[in-house]
Design a protein around this ligand. Sequence first.
Ligand SMILES: [Zn+2]
Length: 323
Amino acid sequence: MVRHYRVNIFGKPLKFYGILLVTLSVLTILYFMWKRPNKTTISRQHKENYMFNEFARTEYDSRSLAFEGEKIVHLDLKGAPPKISYYVKLFPLLATLGATGVLIEYEDMFPYTGALLNNTSALNAYSLEDIRTINKLAKQNNLIVIPLIQTFGHMEFILKLSEYKDFREVPTYPQVICPTHENTLKLITSMIEQIIAAHPESKLIHIGADEVYYLGMCDRCTDTMLKYNLSKNLLFLEHINNIIDVINRIYPHIRILMWDDQFRSINEEELKKGHVNINVEPIIWKYTKDVYEELGPTLWDGYSQVFSKVWAASAFKGATGKQ
Ligand SMILES: [Zn+2]
């Protein structure tokens, strides 16, 4: 004889609790399916976590999260240069925010002199006394000063002037200086000498050299490339090496920085063939939201095979459209 027992808990049959458990499980699964992020979100979170963790492991300590290297603010004086009185307020602010130095791109705000550079300074250019004040204010705020002198592309401030039209690589655009013009190196050397003389305590100089859009296009340059069997990349490196040599010869104690973008299209083999000076320190710049996507590990690995040091640069508010 088989007996059936009915089991009740708190007055409810066991079957009731079974149905309740199954219902709650189904609702839980549905909830997590609804909350599950899509693949893009997962990918971005993964990247951000990866980058942060890598950064935290290598550069930060958990106590202060303080970056040990230099933190430099780039002041581009084209267009709307600050009055000297503004630096009195600006430099303490930058120092408070954690900056360790300023990179000053003078353009035509430097008081150039001498026959080669006559008439290149803006009418509102700083005086040498002004620059001494800038140096003094920077020092008072524990900021180093790195002067930036464009030496290849972005030389509009001088090439736009009628006296310097002959120096243009392309007659219709005042962007790039011709590296094979007989007076180009003299002109640039004179600029470097004057700017370094005005910054006697600076141990770093920046030679620009970004966005050299016109290379090997004039007759002089094409003849030189044919004669010496040079590619455009090697012509670029030849000019950069000449400038580095000038600085190293006159100022062996000064370290040289430059923007990196022209190097991105030159492979490692050509960089070595072009005998680029390994002591020049490229600044890897990118002004887009997703640096991870656009400057992958190949770039960093390649540079690590060639250069002894690299820097990185971003932009506040973006420099290429709205970001
Ligand atoms: Zn040329």
